[in-house]
Every structure is written in C-alpha cells, then in structure tokens.
Design a protein around this ligand. Structure first.
Ligand code: NDP
Length: 275
C-alpha cells in the first residue's frame, strides 16, 4: 500500500511542499503519496486525527499550526523541544513524534547551497517569533563567534536570550542598539517582507563580504534583500533553499533517506525567476 503524507496549514493552496516531496519520492524510488490539507483554524487536531485514521504516516505543519502541533505531539526531538514548535509529525505505533526541521534546513542551505560558513563568524538574527526561535540552537551548534538576536519589540529578543542561556554566546538587542556593530551573516526571520517592508535596522551593519539571508522568498529581491544590497551586503540569498532543505530533513525522518536537494531547488528557483 502507498504510504501517505501531507502538509497541513491554513492557507495551504500556495504550498510547494507536495511538489518538493513528489520530486524527492521519484528521485529515491519511494512509493508515497503527499498532498496538501487545508484545516479549519479551529480544526487542526481533528484534521490530524482523521489523517492518521486514514493511514497517514507523517505530516508537515505550517502557518498557523506549529504551536498546536507541538502541543499535540506525544514526544519531541531535542530540536523541537528547543524550538517550542513543530513542523514535522511522524505517526508510529499509535504515537505522535514532533520534530522541527526548519533550523537544520536553514543551516544546510547556508553551508551547502550558498557556501556561507557560520563557524567563527558574527551572526545577526532579526526577529523573535517562531521562525527565529527554531533556528537559534542549530545556529549556535555551528560555533559562530557570536549570535545576536534583535527584534522590533526588544523584550521578545531578551526572552529568547534567557530561554537559550547556557546553550552558547547569545546577545539580545533592540534594532537601534545595533548601530556601530558589524556582522558577517544577517538573517531576516521577521515577517516584515510579507507587508512589503524591511526591518528598520541601522545602516552600516554589513561587514565586507557579508551575507544577507531572508527566510522569505519570492520573485526578485525581497524588501530586506533590496535594502541589504543598498547597504553593501556582499551576497544575497532568499529562503527558497531553506524550504527545500527543511523538506529534505523531514523526508529523512520519515523514510531514512536524505534526498539530493540540488535538482529540486534548481527547478523551483528557475520557475521563480522566470516571468
Ligand atoms: P511570527 O509571527 O512568529 O513572528 C514575526 C516576527 O516578525 C516578530 O519578531 C515581529 O516583531 C517581526 N516583525 C513583523 N513585522 C515587522 C516589521 N514591519 N518590522 C520589523 N519586524 C517585524 O512569524 P514567524 O517567526 O513564524 O515567521 C517569520 C518569517 O519567516 C515569515 O515570513 C515566514 O514566512 C518565514 N519562514 C520561512 C521558512 C522557510 O522555510 N523559508 C520557514 C519558517 C518561516 P515583533 O515581535 O516586534 O512583533
């Protein structure tokens, strides 16, 4: 029988995950079916239960259900525990395992696809929401020289610093307090680009040859990447690679095989940059 997987969210029609996982399945000759499920905003747990009852083996979870997925899981991986959010569910022997592959996806994209080293570098993470929280531990695991979290609402950055105390060298600042500092890698984990804006960070933060990375992706430069280019960032990258890499980490958890992400990423990138 074909194994069943799905991505669940609201909205979900835009999701590229079914295409990504279909490509992974073809590439690794795995027999599986992966589709998108739109759950009502008040119906996440019921939709998961229905999928499990119909023989579902695993799910990706996207906006706005990552916290509910964390609460629903019976067990968590260490990285999901640290993130406090779950983007991958695995159903096995009547139990729900919750994982979070977003951080591993970001790190894999930076290191393998972009060729941006993290060890020994000064990292700046903008934002203090779910996406920022999920990538802090995987970034600290890369032994950067420093990791600074800055957020529009500074108190939320401070909460993250306190939550990760003991895991590494993590500083928390308000945007204005960044003035005068320089960073080798600046990662935008705010949702400002969704509203067509760039976070209001001071100029002069980009060290020579630095990388600007936006977790958002789309056609052309996001507002954050356009601003980074104007401020002298040496290299620009959007979050399409993170999307494909986090999917590959989920596939590995479910199927025990890590797909080759390069052809899948090249195809999606080609489409985005057409038209
Ligand atoms: P949340 O809603 O949890 O957090 C939003 C964050 O953005 C907060 O820190 C908020 O600051 C900040 N923010 C919002 N608007 C602005 C603004 N105009 N200027 C400055 N800061 C702003 O969202 P998530 O953390 O879940 O997601 C963040 C982004 O990451 C989204 O765009 C999402 O699409 C993307 N993402 C991409 C992934 C990928 O695979 N490529 C995976 C996961 C997420 P404040 O606290 O002050 O409100």
């Amino acid at each position: 029988m074909t194994d069943r997987y799905a991505v669940i969210g609201n909205p979900i029609a835009h999701s590229k995950s079914p295409r990504i996982h279909a490509a992974f399945a073809r590439q690794s000759a795995q027999d599986l079916d992966y589709r998108a499920i739109l759950a009502p905003l008040d119906g996440f747990a019921a939709a998961v239960a229905q999928f499990v009852a119909s023989g579902g083996r695993g799910m990706n979870v996207t906006v706005p259900f990552k916290l509910e997925a964390f609460a629903l899981a019976d067990r968590h991986t260490a990285r999901a525990e640290a993130a406090g959010a779950v983007n991958t569910l695995k159903f096995e022997q009547g139990e729900i395992l919750g994982d979070n592959t977003d951080g591993a996806g970001l790190v894999a994209d930076l290191l393998r696809n972009i060729g941006c080293p993290l060890a020994g570098n000064r990292l700046l993470l903008l934002g203090a929401g779910g996406a920022a929280r999920g990538v802090i531990l995987p970034l600290l695991d890369q032994s950067p020289a420093s990791l600074t979290v800055a957020n529009r609402t500074a108190s939320r950055a401070a909460q993250l610093r306190d939550a990760f105390a003991g895991h590494g060298n993590l500083a928390a600042l308000a945007f204005a307090e960044l003035a005068g500092q320089q960073f080798d890698v600046v990662i935008n984990a705010t949702s400002a680009s969704l509203a067509g804006a760039a976070p209001a960070i001071p100029p002069g933060l980009y060290a020579p040859g630095s990388t600007a990375y936006d977790m958002m992706y789309g056609r052309g430069l996001t507002p954050f990447l356009a601003a980074a280019q104007a401020q002298g960032a040496g290299r620009l990258a959007d979050g399409l690679g993170m999307l494909v890499e986090q999917a590959a980490e989920s596939f590995l958890l479910w199927r025990g095989v890590r797909p080759d992400t390069r052809p899948v990423l090249a195809e999606l990138a080609g489409e985005l940059h057409r038209a």
